[in-house]
Design a protein around this ligand. Structure first.
Ligand code: SF4
Length: 407
């Protein structure tokens, strides 16, 4: 038995799939539903389940047993195993144990970072968003120690993973610091990450610096000149142009009908139906936008003070990892997701003349599915920014605040 440290957000254990009550069934859409080898063999070895294999194809490019095969999705993008009520026939007939690992676990997710098992819930599920975002408190994290048969995998490069783990904790601390606007906190995170990225020290030294980082001093320094209120950046044509282009590209290239429809509503709400180019962001669009922010979005934010912070905190815990992408690049991706989310929500609020939890959950679940868990769109944008040598805090500051920042 090994001792395993597990960290999870406080809402992890509260999660239960709401099955047929869910308006956003995770078995519909353009997912690649993997069937692991063990499950495939289970179906193959029972003549009652062998017919399922007609809807499953083995994967010649599988890199591991988890991706041994995949479900052949129907033309309407739904899973062939769903019945007319939208329920999984395999689960209904044979129980959860007969589901593939992916279906059994979704939206649960686990990653090992510096020997710590981080258990999270993917934000592409609206029920997870309801638990994580719409509450009158910040997210807290629960740490537990288990004796487990799971082999306590030792990270290949422990010092590098420890560095990432500490950076992640620092980002969460900054985002959860009270008394500053989320924009300021987000900007300060980028400022710190850019500085760390530029350092020539090895990861052990950098870890020490992360632990000693005086982020509270930076927050005080930037809170003063920038003010506390969101909306500054939103009134600037440049910010809206950048964000509208990314959002529009994501709607146009999505296979998800629901996301396309949400996109059409969001663009129409801002007077951008049939949007083609950034030149269409004129005074009228900016007025529509700032009006919807002032009348619909800011009042919602005021009455739900933690939802945006919890969104970013949940995002960092779930999606910020020690993969091969540089930490600053992962940060820019977060800022783009944040800005696109605000843009789409504002457009939807303008279209529907209301802003509520249901609308936000469905919109964010769609954004996460399309922009975060299917990363290509943001990667294209980030490559563009990088090619223009703009992948820096100056660009991000302008995106958040709509003007050049005193770096
Ligand atoms: S999206 Fe979430 S709540 Fe809805 S069916 Fe899937 S796991 Fe259940």
């Amino acid at each position: 038995m090994n001792k395993v440290t597990i960290v999870s957000p406080d809402y992890y254990k509260q999660f239960h799939c709401i099955t047929e009550k869910c308006t956003f069934n995770c078995c519909n859409g353009s997912w690649h539903i993997d069937i692991d080898k063990q499950t495939y063999e289970k179906y193959a070895n029972n003549e009652m389940t062998t017919p399922y294999l007609a809807y499953i194809k083995t994967n010649p490019d599988a890199v591991n047993d988890r991706k041994f095969a995949f479900v052949l999705i129907e033309k309407n993008k739904s899973c062939p195993f769903l019945n007319a009520e939208g329920l999984c026939q395999i689960q209904k007939r044979w129980g959860v144990a007969h589901l593939s690992k992916v279906c059994r676990n979704y939206p649960r997710n686990a990653k090992l970072l510096a020997g710590i098992r981080e258990k999270s819930l993917l934000l592409s599920c609206p029920e997870v968003l309801r638990l994580a975002l719409f509450r009158d408190q910040q997210i807290s994290f629960v740490t537990q120690e288990y004796s487990d048969h799971i082999k306590a995998t030792v990270a290949n490069d422990q010092s590098s993973e420890t560095y990432i783990l500490r950076v992640k904790q620092l980002i969460l601390d900054v985002l959860q610091e009270q008394g500053y606007s989320l924009d300021i906190k987000l900007y300060v995170v980028g400022y710190i990450l850019q500085d760390f990225q530029a350092l020539d020290q090895d990861e052990q030294d950098k870890t020490e610096m992360v632990l000693n980082c005086d982020y509270k001093m930076l927050l005080q320094q930037y809170a003063e000149p920038m003010g506390q209120k969101k909306a500054n950046g939103w009134q600037e044509a440049w910010t809206l142009q950048v964000v509208a282009e990314i959002a529009n590209f994501s709607f146009k290239t999505s296979d998800w009908k629901e996301f396309q429809e949400l996109g059409a509503q969001a663009m129409a709400g801002l007077g951008l139906r049939g949007f083609r180019s950034r030149e269409e962001i004129n005074e009228q669009v900016i007025d529509k936008f700032t009006d919807a922010v002032r009348v619909l979005v800011l009042p919602f934010i005021a009455s739900h003070p933690y939802w945006l912070e919890n969104y970013l905190v949940g995002y960092i815990f779930t999606y910020f990892h020690g993969d091969k992408t540089a930490l600053f690049t992962q940060y820019v991706r977060l800022v783009l997701v944040y800005e696109v989310t605000l843009f789409i929500l504002t457009g939807l609020a303008a279209f529907r003349r209301e802003c509520n939890e249901e609308m936000i959950s469905v919109a964010i679940a769609n954004i996460i599915r399309n922009l975060v868990q299917g990363k290509a769109i943001l990667d294209i944008k980030i490559n563009q920014i990088e090619r223009k040598s703009q992948l820096n805090i100056g660009y991000v500051g302008k995106l958040i605040f709509g003007k050049d920042m005193p770096y």
